[in-house]
Every structure is written in structure tokens, then in C-alpha cells.
Design a protein around this ligand. Structure first.
Ligand code: IPM
Ligand code: MG
Length: 353
């Protein structure tokens, strides 16, 4: 089992180190090799996705990624910026299905900014399309009009097959859960998402046991904070999924808890926390490594079909939380505040014990 380890920028290296530590305890036959991406790729090779990094990722069965981005690269041309490395690797590996579970651990109900009764028991899976939409649509760019004024252009586009394949992913996941899919669009205004809705209705015919509902994205944003437990699987496009998954992550207490999987059609995947590189706290050993550790669990589940060890990691995380260990982002009174590396050690100890 070959894993390309891409720590990236900011807190990326610290959190990835904890996930690697956890994987190493399992005594699996894992070959892990590291390479730079994002700002680190730019520093090493003048490219946020160096050729050698892409080759390593392509040759691997799975990719474990930290995070990319740092304000110090904001002035670079767009194609040299860290984010471009992330978008390119998603596209190059055809990782069109992004799974972002929002699961509230009972111990963290009080860390959420929402009332415990609104969020306790929350178990929601956001399925975000990841290689299409306004993120990649052409034409795009900033140009100058005849009157000298500048204009920025991006294009929201989805073709039928792109919608259909992510629809099937969502319905298959729903079959293993509570058999409800809510498709989120803006079909009242945007034709690209009117087609999205039509195709979702077609896909649903293959899954008569699953209940399909539709919701406009503005309403979905509101419902997520009003009554998030009404959702089981939410499927949506790239840009809406980007926004709604950040919102959903806060329901769980901290974005530092949310793992993600980005899969291709053969379950090859890239696994990364849903949060960013947090350059403001980089190098301080205070970040929350749990989202990355939980991403490693998703890797075992989805790419390596190892449900047993995936569940072992998740149970170890639960045990660690039950023991009162908290990084700063999820810390509440009476709990034990620990550093990033100490949290990693606590999960390792829970796995051993
Ligand atoms: C995410 C991030 C990325 C995205 C950025 C860093 C390009 O916000 O994975 O959600 O917009 O997809
Ligand atoms: Mg995002």
C-alpha cells in the first residue's frame, strides 16, 4: 500500500506528522513517501505542484495531504499560488467526489457555537463535486473592456455526465446510511443547476429505496444552522459544497475535527482535513490534528477497504476526547488542554491501550 504524503504549508507538516504517527502504530504494510505541494512546492521547484510530486501521487494508491496556502504567496501570479497546486492535483487525479462528513462527537456538544440540542447526534455527509463548476469553467479571467474598465469573469458549467457520476456516489453512500439524499442547487436562478436538479431526479430512479429532496442553496445554508439533523446525505456542486462544508464543520465544534476524502471512479483517493493551512498558528504545535488523523481513517476505509483499522482509529479519537484531551480550538472548562503533538500521542496511546 503506497501512500504519497504531502504535508504542504502552514500547520500542514505538524498535523500530517500526527496522522503518520497514528498510521505507523497499526503495523500495516504501508510505504509512505513525502513530497512538497503548495507554497512548499513553489519553494522547492517553482511550482505549487512539482512534476515529481504529481508523479509520486499518480503512482501511489492514496495521498495524505495536510493543507496549502500562506499569505506570503498572495502576490504571486495565480498559477504559482499554493491553491492552484491543490486544484490541479484534484483535477489531474480525477478526484471528482469529495466526501466531507460532519459528525458531532458527544463530548464536543458544548464546544459547538450552537445549542447542544440542535447539534447533538449530528451525522451528516456532504458529497461535494470537486472537479467541475465555476472552479474550472471557461471562460475565466480578468480583462479590460473597451471603455478601459476591468471585468472579472468565471463560468459555472456542469455537463450531464459530471452530475450523474457524483449523483451515483451520493446515492450509493445514502444506501449505507439513512437513505435520504438532499440535492442542493440554485435552480430558480442558475441554468447549470437547473440541469443538476433534472439529472439528480434521473439518477434517483435507480435507487427507489432512497428519498430524494431538493433545496436551494440559500435555504440549505439557513437549515444547516436551524435544524441540521434533518439531513443525511447532502449532494451539491463544487462552489456550494465548498461553502456549505465550512458551515457544517462549525456545527461539530471546530473545523479542526472535519476529515475529507476525495475519490476517483476507482476509489483511489486523496485524504485531507477540511480546514486550511492556518499560517497564523503554524509551527506553534497548537493545531488540532484530529481532522487529519480522521482523514487517515477514511483512507483505510475507502481506498484500502480496511474498515476494521478505520474504526480502530475513530474509536481511539473518541476515547481520547472522552479522556478529556482537547486542543485549544475545542477546549472548554474542565478539560485538559494539549498541544498538537500531545493529541497525536494521546491517540497513539489509545490505539495501543
Ligand atoms: C477546500 C478549500 C479549497 C477549495 C481552496 C484552498 C482552494 O477551501 O478544500 O474547501 O476551495 O476547494
Ligand atoms: Mg473550502
Amino acid at each position: 500500500m503506497k501512500i504519497a504524503v504531502l504535508p504542504g504549508d502552514g500547520i500542514g507538516p505538524e498535523i500530517v506528522a500526527q496522522a503518520v504517527k497514528v498510521l505507523n502504530v497499526l503495523n500495516l504494510d504501508l510505504q509512505m513517501e513525502e513530497a512538497p505541494i503548495g507554497g512548499a512546492g513553489y519553494e522547492a521547484a517553482g511550482d505549487p505542484l512539482p512534476d515529481t510530486t504529481l508523479a509520486l501521487a499518480k503512482a501511489a494508491d492514496a495521498v495524505l495531504l495536510g493543507a496549502v496556502g500562506d499569505w506570503k504567496y498572495d502576490a504571486l501570479p495565480r498559477d504559482k499560488r499554493p491553491e492552484r497546486g491543490l486544484l490541479r492535483i484534484r483535477k489531474e487525479l480525477n478526484l471528482f467526489a469529495n466526501l466531507r462528513p460532519a459528525l458531532l462527537y458527544a463530548e464536543l456538544a458544548s464546544a459547538s457555537t450552537l445549542k447542544p440540542e440542535v447539534v447533538s447526534g449530528l451525522d451528516l455527509m456532504i458529497v461535494r463535486e470537486l472537479t467541475g463548476d465555476i472552479y474550472f469553467g471557461q471562460p475565466r479571467g480578468i480583462s479590460t473592456l473597451e471603455n478601459g474598465e476591468r471585468e472579472g469573469i468565471n463560468t459555472m458549467r456542469y455537463n450531464e455526465s459530471e452530475i450523474r457520476r457524483i449523483g451515483h456516489v451520493a446515492f450509493r453512500i445514502a444506501m449505507k446510511r439513512n437513505r435520504k439524499v438532499c440535492s442542493v442547487d440554485k435552480a430558480n436562478v442558475l441554468e447549470a443547476t437547473e440541469l443538476w436538479r433534472q439529472v439528480m431526479i434521473e439518477v434517483a430512479r435507480d435507487y427507489p429505496q432512497v428519498e430524494l429532496s431538493h433545496m436551494y442553496v440559500d435555504n440549505a445554508a439557513m437549515q444547516l444552522v436551524r435544524a441540521p439533523k434533518q439531513f443525511d446525505v447532502m449532494v451539491t456542486g463544487n462552489i456550494f459544497g465548498d461553502i456549505l462544508s465550512d458551515e457544517a464543520s462549525m456545527l461539530t465544534g471546530s473545523i479542526g475535527m472535519l476529515p475529507s476524502a476525495s475519490l476517483d471512479a476507482d476509489n483511489k483517493g486523496m485524504y485531507e482535513p477540511s480546514h486550511g493551512s492556518a499560517p497564523d498558528i503554524a509551527g506553534k504545535d497548537i493545531a488540532n490534528p484530529l481532522a487529519t488523523i480522521l482523514s487517515a481513517a477514511m483512507m483505510l476505509r475507502y481506498t484500502f477497504n480496511d474498515e476494521n483499522n478505520a474504526a480502530r482509529i475513530e474509536d481511539a479519537v473518541k476515547k481520547t476526547l472522552a479522556q478529556g484531551y482537547r486542543t485549544a480550538d475545542i477546549h472548554t472548562d474542565g478539560c485538559r488542554k494539549v498541544r498538537c503533538s500531545e493529541m497525536g500521542d494521546a491517540v497513539v496511546a489509545a490505539l495501543r491501550g
